[in-house]
Design a protein around this ligand. Sequence first.
Ligand code: HEC
Ligand code: HEC
Length: 358
Amino acid sequence: MRISTFLRLAAALLCAVLSAHSVQAEETLRDQARKLFDPIPQTAPATPNDPVTPEKLALGKMLFFEPRLSDTHGISCAICHNISIGGVDGGELSGDRNVKLAGREVQTVLNAVFNKSQYWDGRASDLKDQVVNSVMANPKALLKSRGGPMAINPVELTASKQHAIDQLRSMPAYVDAFKKAFPEQPDPLVYENIGRAIALFEATLITPDAPFDRWLVGNDTALSEEEKTGVKLFIDKGCASCHNGINLGGGAYAKFGVVTPPAVEHLPADDQGRFGVTKDIADRYVFKIPGLRNVELTAPYFHNGSTFDLSKAVSVMGASQLGVALSDDETRKIVAFLKSLTGRQPEVTLPILPPRSH
Ligand code: HEC
Ligand code: HEC
């Protein structure tokens, strides 16, 4: 055998071994990832307790965009949960109104259907409960509760349920839309049904086909090498012990500052998180572990919107939750992975809302 042929053969053999090795590494990483995470499905999850109909969805969408549910007739769900910008409002503490009344950063409605509870402190059990029991919280009662632990968050529409019902009843097109959506009920224009319809519409706001999900289901080239290293770091460093499941979070609670308390700018003393709901000392500064889907679109970060910088959020997490100082290179790779969680954004045709009649 000539030397050059031998070298060529040897090189080919080496390549084969190396690529078998990297195929194996890819499979091992993917197997590990599949145990921890699930892809977003292509279609909205089934709602066996409240079957979807086109009429309910159409009504839910109208109500989501309906500003006349609010006391000023100027604020709809869509103002703070803007579907054009990741289901948030992009501001620190949700604009002026919310600073005064709430003091928390908006969480996205995208993929919220997969969360086990709603809000930073998990005080609503699901999407319907969120609308029926807290979105219309009476601002006066809530203002009284300020100063103490934040029992309920005086956010969102700051109007009474009666106001919403009166407004909707005054518009014949809504009376008709409720009848069509809930044909089995003699008087369907009730608050409970506002919650049911909005929740069903929100459940359609999901974002499948993120590069990470395409990789998870078997497409090797959907992630770059840097992003794959990011996945590995995210698992190896321990991030995935909290941020796991379909939303990489949203399923459990954790103290912000498990190992070291973060700087006060990220965790001001006055919002004690889940303690406000349970009154259990062990829940002080415990928050719902946020989902990380579309996280590159949902800045600013943390419950008080204290940073717009995703790298900073990642390094704060490393130090406060895991006690590790991530290098700049590690942080960059984790951020690259987090950006691969951006999925196909829902395409929503704007509903045309009925004119006011008084
Ligand atoms: C003034 C701004 C504002 C308006 C209007 C508003 N929200 Fe929110 N929303 C927020 C803020 C802020 C939070 C986080 C509050 C908290 O955790 O205490 C939130 C949280 C949520 C969550 C929880 C998401 C999660 O992952 O936990 C859902 C769902 C939601 N809102 C739906 C709605 C719906 C439906 C409407 C309309 C009926 C609405 N919001 C109107 C600001 C708003
Ligand atoms: C012990 C559980 C735990 C671990 C481990 C953990 N996190 Fe978190 N993460 C949380 C909680 C709780 C919050 C919410 C903190 C707050 O704002 O109150 C959070 C918030 C975040 C946010 C901000 C999300 C947003 O929408 O505001 C990012 C990004 C994040 N984590 C990434 C990571 C990364 C990367 C790691 C690993 C280096 C990690 N986390 C480790 C529990 C954890």
